[in-house]
Design a protein around this ligand. Structure first.
Ligand code: GRG
Length: 284
């Protein structure tokens, strides 16, 4: 994604992310190794970039907000490790590499996910921000990642695996499973900049961006043939329920709505608009 601000956010994230992983004692150092393995480059860093960009345009210090951005990426990475486990999606590969449980075994992959989840909140607690900002960031991130957020969405997904989902349940699943964490990223950017007044607009942007993001994810899986098994097994996606062309149109509509939500943001939103378009037109 060729934009100077996005590139500088990614550079800040890549340069520092491993320093947030706690070093474990020799006897159990494999846990740090497993955490780092899944955090290694290959991910697009969508969520931490959103945190840093919201913080920047609202006048905050991106270096001080970095631990918040990293915390969201830790939660995202834990969710991918657990999502790949045999009891979940049972995927052997992630980002072209063996999944955590293939590389380290199921037991250690489970614990690597747990460690990332746990340590995310330590990153926030240690940030150089006010106590109120840190408390609010913990509350928001735990809310969006938890029962009424990503976990709830995963449950809707599991429950729908055999029965199939109608379009309303699919919307609910994507709102919780994918858009919720993206929302936490944008909200934490506002908190990092101490601009709580911008949170409602950031949420509106993030919900629409998140839905577009998940629909494109479904489309890419379908086009790569990876998830045709979903369709055969009756697992519902926007592609299986609406067809490819309609799914593309819906993703584009949500991206337009995300653009519109930015009108209320008190800052230069041109990079966020560019980013939303880049995610809509992405090929991975
Ligand atoms: C607690 C047992 C347990 C499991 C948790 C919550 C959960 C399992 C899984 C989360 C659900 C999930 C994987 C949602 C998909 C969201 C999504 C589109 C992920 C891909 O995000 P990208 O494209 O990934 O940003 P990269 O590879 O770029 O980081």
């Amino acid at each position: 994604m060729n934009n100077a601000f996005l590139a500088s956010h990614i550079e800040l994230i890549e340069k520092n992310i491993m320093s947030f992983v706690p070093e474990a004692k020799e006897q159990y150092s494999v846990i740090s190794e497993a955490m780092k393995y899944s955090l290694e480059s290959g991910g697009k860093r969508v969520r931490p970039v959103l945190t840093l960009e919201f913080c920047r345009i609202l006048g905050g210090d991106t270096e001080k907000a970095l631990p918040l951005a990293i915390a969201v990426e830790f939660i995202h990475t834990y969710s991918l490790i657990h999502d790949d486990l045999p009891c979940m999606d049972n995927d052997d590969m992630r980002r072209g590499k063996p999944s955590s449980h293939i590389k380290f075994g199921e037991d250690k992959a489970l614990l690597a996910g747990d460690s990332l989840l746990t340590h995310a909140f330590s990153c926030i607690a240690s940030a150089e921000l006010s106590a109120q900002q840190r408390i609010d960031a913990v509350k928001e991130l735990s809310g969006y990642a938890g029962v009424n957020g990503m976990i709830g969405g995963q449950i809707v997904d599991l429950e729908g695996e055999n029965a199939g989902l109608d379009i309303d349940s699919l919307f609910l699943m994507d709102k919780l499973k994918t858009a919720a964490l993206i929302t936490s990223a944008c909200v934490l950017g506002c908190i990092g900049a101490d601009r709580y007044d911008m949170i409602p607009y950031a949420k509106e942007f993030a919900l629409n961006l998140g839905l577009a993001f998940q629909i494109i994810d479904d489309i890419l899986d379908f086009l790569e043939g990876e998830d045709n098994s979903d369709i055969i097994s009756g697992k519902s996606t926007y592609v299986s329920l609406l067809g490819l062309e309609k799914a593309k149109a819906v993703a584009s509509e949500y991206t337009d709505k995300a653009h519109s939500a930015l009108a209320e943001i008190d800052g230069d939103t041109s990079v966020l608009k560019y980013f939303a378009d880049a995610l809509l037109n992405r090929n991975k």
